[in-house]
Design a protein around this ligand. Structure first.
Ligand code: FAD
Ligand code: FES
Length: 341
């Protein structure tokens, strides 16, 4: 028998089947709950149970601690209803009516802007278009049934090809294939768009954008969308990488800065060698933001890439720089092995 769920403060209600996660049921009802990994790792879907009981399912114990469970918190992507519920969660505005589709696409072109980064340009069938918000991701559906998530690097206005930036993870089933076996013209299948990492256009706050490695992909989509829309909010973009060569679209980010007075690009390198002759900022990318900003209370932060970077930014900005918790937006690139089975 299904349970009745009420969301607060919106007052929205939906039916939830005991075998579906609360996130699945909310999405089926057309409601827009914040989420990222859908796997109990990133914490984007964390909410508070006001009344009722849930079964928490599988999740990472660092993402939802025993103390948080005791305080009524849950992860909606893993939680199943046991009774009628009232849940406190801040719903997302925007992106709500975009259909999630499963589509074929053709690999039009593969570029390698760095030794370990491939850029895929994917072409949809002539009769299809993918509606999406800049910054969302898609799941590539592999032939063996595995799914791998990749952020869309193009903005919606520039949709002749869907663009993915894929870092080579040695031993990784999909990225190894991209680097060793994938040929142009082959057909892939994907499901999307997914996720709630996109520009909050109803705000006029200045933005800090942070990418580590291929976390640049959704940031690229967001920036290109914002610039196309004539957004005049201040944007400060920090791109962190181990070495300068890992900043694989450095010139593009520099061009955004040269052409837009409200855009600043700050590359940050953690392991430059003497041969690199790197004269720019060094260290961890979140630390560069901490060094530059004493107070983030009036900002929005968009962070994407390695989970360790996203988590360091989240914790330090909220705890030491007064960033409001609900002004931190992120997609952490968890590997499938880090997620629940
Ligand atoms: C929302 C989201 C968006 C993402 N966007 C991007 C993006 O834009 N660009 C990008 O590059 N990545 C992105 N990722 C990461 C991406 O989805 C993949 O996880 C990544 O590409 C690795 O996939 P793979 O199939 O190559 O490796 P996998 O097969 O998942 O293997 C990864 C590593 O784990 C090892 N491994 C596999 N199984 C086990 C095991 N059981 N025990 C121990 N080790 C194991 C492998 O040898 C390998 O080293 C995103 C992730 C998420 C969640
Ligand atoms: S923990 Fe639920 S979406 Fe990531």
């Amino acid at each position: 028998m299904s349970c009745q769920v009420k969301l607060t403060p919106s007052g929205h209600e939906f039916n939830a089947k005991p075998e579906d996660t609360l996130l699945e049921s909310a999405m089926q009802a057309g409601l827009n709950i914040p989420y990222g990994c859908r796997n109990g790792a990133c914490g984007a879907c964390k909410a508070t149970i006001v009344t009722g009981e849930v079964r928490h399912g599988d999740f990472q114990s660092t993402t939802l601690t025993a103390d948080e469970i005791a305080a009524g918190k849950t992860l909606l992507c893993c939680a199943y209803p046991e009774t009628d519920l009232t849940i406190e969660v801040k719903e997302v505005t925007g992106g709500k009516d975009i259909p999630v589709k499963t589509l074929p696409c053709r690999v039009h072109k593969i570029e390698k802007p760095a030794d370990d980064v491939a850029v895929l340009y994917l072409k949809l069938p002539a009769s299809e278009r993918l509606q999406f918000m800049a910054g969302q991701y898609i799941d590539i559906l592999m032939k063996d049934g595995k799914r791998r998530s990749f952020s869309l690097a193009n903005a919606p206005h520039d949709d002749e090809f869907l663009q993915l930036h894929i870092r080579h993870v040695p031993g990784g089933s999909f990225s190894d294939y991209v680097f060793t076996g994938m040929k142009e013209k082959e057909i892939l299948r994907f499901n999307g768009p997914l996720g709630t990492f996109f520009l909050r256009e109803d705000s006029d706050k200045p933005m800090i954008l942070i990418a580590s490695g291929t976390g640049f992909a959704p940031i690229k989509g967001i920036v290109e969308h914002a610039l196309k829309e004539g957004c005049d909010r201040q944007m400060v973009f920090y791109w962190g990488a181990r070495q300068p060569k890992d900043l694989y679209m450095f010139d593009l980010a520099l061009k955004w800065q040269q052409e837009n007075p409200n855009f600043t690009f700050i590359p940050v390198v953690s392991d430059a060698t003497a041969d690199d002759n790197w004269a720019g900022r060094t260290g961890f990318v979140h630390q560069a933001v901490l060094d530059d900003f004493a107070d983030l209370s009036g900002y929005q932060v968009y962070a994407c890439g390695a989970p360790v970077v996203v988590e360091a930014a989240h914790n330090s900005f909220i705890q030491t720089r007064n960033l409001p918790e609900d002004e931190f937006y992120s997609d952490a690139f968890f590997l499938a092995k880090d997620l629940k089975p």
